[in-house]
Design a protein around this ligand. Structure first.
Ligand SMILES: *Cc1c(COP(=O)(O)O)cnc(C)c1O
Length: 447
């Protein structure tokens, strides 16, 4: 009998990435130029070619069997070779290796959009009767997916305000535990988004980790067995500050989630998403992605590899620009206030920021004096900043959440979240900061 769990001898694998020089651990910015790619496997091509193929030729029948054992979960650890483009591909594998580096994660998985990443994650880790505990507000589609779609499969939720204290977190987990017991399920996932959009409220990840360990039990939290059966990971949408300004896995989160469409892609020219974390959490998600599809396509993966080479440069410049622009806006007579992480006044929020973040980002809320009419006048007068939703691109964008992204949110909930008619959402890009200031100054002058 041939033992197909032995690796076929002919497997061509890229050389392992060099991550250290002596004792020195190489930084992500350095690793983005080469990690996971061996030019000698691609005719010496310095940059990874784009692999436009639906399927991959096996080097032998035994190799084909070996690869399928990984794909189907018969052997843990996933595929060790290329099989079929719904499962994996060279561009996507290099991308996943590089994404994992930024967050210090064991593995990463890429998806066709941020929402595909989020929905496949939830579907993979939750069963009927389970409860999801989430911070609020979430990105509207994420919140809608939990409330309107997970509920169709018998998964309920409990939410809490992003800025909650440890005591409030304990209380919400107790409530979720009771709800899960009544429904014959478990608390399957704690899902956070920090900073929250558009309030910019930060979630205390460390406090939630401690609350989870205490209320749901260390045994459950540390359970090494089946991820979908008796443990509760903390997942966090890090789109607004990651990968540069917040590394949630270092603060107690288990899974980090991205819309790569934003800062990581960074040029407003693609839609993609990812998750990253320990293999035990990634494996069930990978299995469901293998079944459903939703892996990002090779062209998008290739563009993201290019984007990752400059992500630190772009985010650093955008962050510096935002600091200069906000310093100008703060003292302007037509400005009522700013929701910018660089100017936090609340002591508890300041403490979370100090512990979790290394930068204030470049996306913030600007409150214009007046209401919708004044905000419209300001937006229509901008010349450099483009009037569009989304964020994290090289260009500066501005929008009015109450009239656009949050138009369908009931007035009462809008009031609760502080989404007023004069709240302009701004994402600062990498233009010249003084040009941006001149543009904001003239537009405010028209109000
Ligand atoms: C944009 C965004 C998403 C959704 O990502 P897509 O790539 O548009 O699917 C999720 N979360 C946050 C915080 C976002 O900004």
């Amino acid at each position: 009998m041939t033992d197909s769990t032995d690796k076929p001898s002919a497997l061509r694998k890229p050389k392992a990435t060099i991550t250290h020089i002596g004792e020195r651990k190489l930084s992500p910015a350095t690793l983005m130029m080469g990690a996971g790619y061996d030019p000698q496997l691609s005719e010496g091509s310095l940059k990874p070619p784009m692999f436009l193929t639906s399927t991959f030729a096996f080097e032998s029948a035994a190799a084909g069997k070996h690869h399928f054992e990984g794909i189907t979960g018969k052997r843990p650890g996933g595929a060790e070779g290329l099989v079929y483009s719904r499962f994996n591909g060279p561009n996507q594998q290099i991308l996943e290796e590089r994404l994992a580096i930024w967050d210090g994660a064991e593995e990463a998985l890429c998806f066709s959009s941020g929402m595909t990443a989020i929905t496949v994650l939830m579907l993979a880790l939750c069963n009927a009767g389970d409860v999801i505990v989430h911070s609020g507000p979430l990105y509207a589609a994420s919140e809608g997916f939990v409330a309107k779609h997970m509920s169709r499969f018998g998964v309920t939720y409990v939410d809490f305000p992003a800025g909650a204290t440890r005591a409030e977190m304990d209380a919400v987990l107790e409530q979720a535990k009771a709800q899960a017991a009544a429904n014959g399920g478990k608390v399957a996932m704690i899902y956070l988004e920090s900073p929250a959009n558009p309030t910019n409220a930060l979630v205390d990840i460390e406090a939630m980790r401690d609350a989870r360990d205490e209320v749901l039990g260390r045994a459950q939290a540390a359970e090494g067995g089946s991820a979908s059966q008796n443990s509760c990971p903390i997942a966090i949408d890090n789109t607004f500050l990651g990968p540069l300004w917040q590394r949630p896995l270092d603060h107690g989160a288990d899974i980090v989630v991205y819309s790569l469409t934003k800062y990581v892609g960074g040029h407003s020219d693609l839609v993609a998403g990812s998750i990253a974390g320990a293999r035990r959490w990634m494996t069930p998600v990978r299995m469901l992605r293998n079944t459903m599809g939703g892996i990002c396509d090779p062209n998008t993966a290739w563009m993201l590899l290019r984007s990752l080479e400059t992500v630190e440069l772009r985010m650093t410049r955008a962050g510096e620009n935002a600091a200069k622009v906000c310093a100008f806006l703060r003292q302007h007579p037509k400005v009522e206030g700013l929701g910018y992480l660089g100017f936090i006044e609340d002591a508890r929020q300041q403490d979370i920021y100090r512990r979790h973040c290394t930068g204030a980002g470049s996306t913030f809320s600007l409150f214009i004096k007046g209401g919708e009419a004044e905000a419209f006048r300001f937006l229509d007068s901008l010349t450099i900043a483009k009037l569009a939703v989304s964020l994290g691109g090289t260009e500066t964008l501005a929008s009015l959440p109450a009239a656009m992204t949050h138009l369908s949110v009931p007035d009462e909930r809008k009031a609760q979240l502080g989404i007023t008619d004069n709240l302009v959402r701004i994402s600062i890009g990498i233009e010249d900061a003084d040009d941006l200031i001149a543009d904001f100054d003239q537009a405010l002058g028209k109000v």
